[in-house]
Design a protein around this ligand. Structure first.
Ligand code: LLP
Length: 425
C-alpha cells in the first residue's frame, strides 16, 4: 500500500512501525493503542530545522498536539523549544527537563497563578492576547520584582482556509489583538514596569494546506515590525505560530512542503534581523503516529455494512468534532486479490458521532482483524477522554527494532477510585 507515512510499512505482510510489528504490539498490550515512530518525529523536526538553517530560529513544538513526556524528551533532545498553552503544559515541559528559557507560553486565558509559576521557574516569552492580560501580567511581574518578556499576538484578519473550528486568524476569532490597534497597544504596554517587549506573535490557524495565507500573514508581521521599530520598540523576535498542515487523505490531498513553508518564512521576514520562532505541532507528530484497533463486529444494517471497532470517539475525537478524515488500513497487508467493500467504521460509544468513516472503500475485514488509523499522532491521545468510562488509550514509542510503553492503560478500578462519594451518601 502506498498510503503509509514514512517509517510505517508492511514487512512480511504485517504492518510495522519502523522495525516493530504492529501485530506484536496489539498482542502484547491490547487495543486500542497509539504507536509512534521516533524516527518519523525526528525526520519531520529535521526538515524544519534544515529549512530554517539560514536564520536564527527556535522551533517551539506545540505540546498540545501530543504532550507525552517521552515525546517531549525526544524533541528536547533534538533541540526543540516548546509552546505551552496552560500551566499544566508548562509543568509537563519543565518535568521533561526543558529549561524555562525554551518555553513560550501562549493562550488567550492565562491565569495569574499560571503567570506566576512561569515567571518564577523561567520563561522565554509570554505570547499575550489582550490588554487586560497585559495589565494582569504586569501586576504579577511587578509583585515578583520581575520583568515579563512579551510578544503581543496580533490578529491579522487573514483567512487560513482551514476548518472553521481551527481557524484563528480572522477578526471574528477570539485570538490576538486586532492588528489595526497594535501600535497603541504596544505603546501602552511599553510603559509598564513589569513588561519587556521582545517581539510579535501570530498564529492564523491549524491544518493550513496552502501557502498563500501564511505568506499574507507573515508579510503583515514584517510591515508591523517596521512600524513598531519606528515607534521605538525593540522587536527582536517574531513568533510565526504553527499550523503547517498534513495530508490526512493520503490518496487525494496535498499539503505544503516544509521546504516551501520555510522558504516563505525566509522570504517574508528573513531580512528583519529577528530571531524566528515557529510553533508546529501537527506537522511534527501527526504522521508519526497510528491508532491500533481491532474489529469487534461486522454488522449488516438495512442499507450498509458497519465495522464496529474497539477504538471510539473518546480515543480519537477528530472525526467526531471536525468530520476529520483518517486513513484506515489493515494490519495484515491486503493482497491484490483481497476483496474490497464500502463500509461505515464506527466505535462502541453510544452516539452517532462515534463514526470514523462513512461509506469508505476498504479491504474486506473479519471480526478479530487488527486495523490502524493513520496520521493519528497529533491531537489523538492529547484530546482523548474517558467518556463512556473507557480507559485512556496506552501509548507506545518505537525506535528502530525496540519499543516501549510510554503511557500505560489505566485500570477501570483506577478510574472509579478518582471519584469521591461524600460520607453523607
Ligand atoms: N500555536 C498556537 C497558538 C496554536 O493555537 C496551535 C494550535 C498551534 C501553535 C499548533 O498548531 P499546529 O501546528 O498543530 O496546526 N484539535 C485540532 C487542532 C487544534 C489546534 C489548536 N491550536 C485538530 O485535531 O485538528
Amino acid at each position: 500500500m502506498d498510503i503509509l507515512p514514512n517509517h510505517f510499512e508492511y514487512e512480511n505482510g504485517i504492518l510495522h512501525a519502523e522495525r516493530v510489528s504492529a501485530l506484536r504490539i496489539a498482542e502484547d498490550i491490547g487495543t486500542p493503542a497509539y504507536v509512534y515512530s521516533s524516527a518519523a518525529i525526528a525526520e519531520r523536526f529535521a526538515a524544519l530545522q534544515s529549512g530554517l538553517s539560514g536564520i536564527d530560529h527556535l522551533i517551539c513544538y506545540a505540546m498540545k498536539a501530543n504532550s507525552n513526556q517521552a515525546i517531549l524528551k525526544l524533541l528536547k533532545g533534538l533541540g526543540a523549544g516548546f509552546d505551552a498553552v496552560s500551566g499544566g503544559e508548562y509543568s509537563r515541559a519543565i518535568a521533561a527537563g526543558v529549561p524555562g528559557e525554551k518555553i513560550v507560553f501562549s493562550g488567550v486565558g492565562k491565569s495569574a497563578s499560571e503567570m506566576k509559576t512561569a515567571l518564577e521557574c523561567g520563561i522565554r516569552q509570554f505570547n499575550v492576547e489582550s490588554e487586560p492580560e497585559i495589565s494582569l501580567l504586569n501586576e504579577v511581574a511587578v509583585s515578583l520584582g520581575a520583568k515579563a518578556p512579551v510578544a503581543i499576538r496580533v490578529n491579522p484578519n487573514v483567512d487560513a482556509e482551514t476548518h472553521e473550528k481551527i481557524s484563528t486568524g480572522k477578526s471574528e476569532n477570539k485570538f490576538g489583538v486586532p492588528i489595526a490597534r497594535a501600535r497603541s497597544i504596544y505603546s501602552e504596554a511599553a510603559k509598564l514596569p513589569g513588561i519587556e517587549i521582545t517581539g510579535i506573535d501570530i498564529h492564523i490557524g491549524s491544518q493550513v494546506r496552502s501557502i498563500a495565507p501564511f505568506r499574507k500573514a507573515f508579510s503583515m508581521v514584517a510591515d508591523l515590525t517596521a512600524v513598531l521599530r519606528a515607534d521605538g520598540h525593540a522587536i527582536s523576535r517574531l513568533d510565526l505560530g504553527g499550523g503547517l498542515g498534513i495530508a490526512y487523505n493520503r490518496r487525494g490531498e496535498t499539503s505544503i512542503s516544509p521546504e516551501d513553508y520555510c522558504r516563505t518564512i525566509l522570504e517574508s521576514v528573513g531580512h528583519l534581523d529577528c530571531e524566528i520562532e515557529i510553533e508546529p505541532g501537527r506537522f511534527i507528530v501527526g504522521d508519526a503516529g497510528i491508532l491500533l484497533s481491532t474489529v469487534l463486529y461486522v454488522k449488516d444494517g438495512s442499507d450498509r455494512r458497519f465495522l464496529v471497532v474497539d477504538a471510539a470517539m473518546n480515543d480519537l475525537m477528530r472525526p467526531a468534532i471536525y468530520d476529520a478524515y483518517h486513513e484506515i488500513v489493515p494490519v495484515f497487508e491486503p493482497g491484490s486479490r483481497r476483496d474490497w467493500e464500502r463500509v461505515d467504521v464506527v466505535g462502541p460509544v453510544c452516539e452517532t458521532s462515534d463514526t470514523f468513516a462513512r461509506h469508505r472503500l476498504l479491504p474486506k475485514f473479519s471480526e478479530g482483524d487488527a486495523v490502524a488509523f493513520l496520521s493519528a499522532g497529533a491531537y489523538g491521545s492529547s484530546m482523548a477522554s474517558e467518556y463512556n468510562t473507557r480507559a485512556l488509550v496506552p501509548e507506545v514509542l518505537v525506535k528502530g527494532g525496540t519499543h516501549a510503553v510510554i503511557r500505560k492503560r489505566p485500570s477501570i478500578q483506577e478510574i472509579i477510585e478518582r471519584d469521591i462519594v461524600p460520607a453523607w451518601l
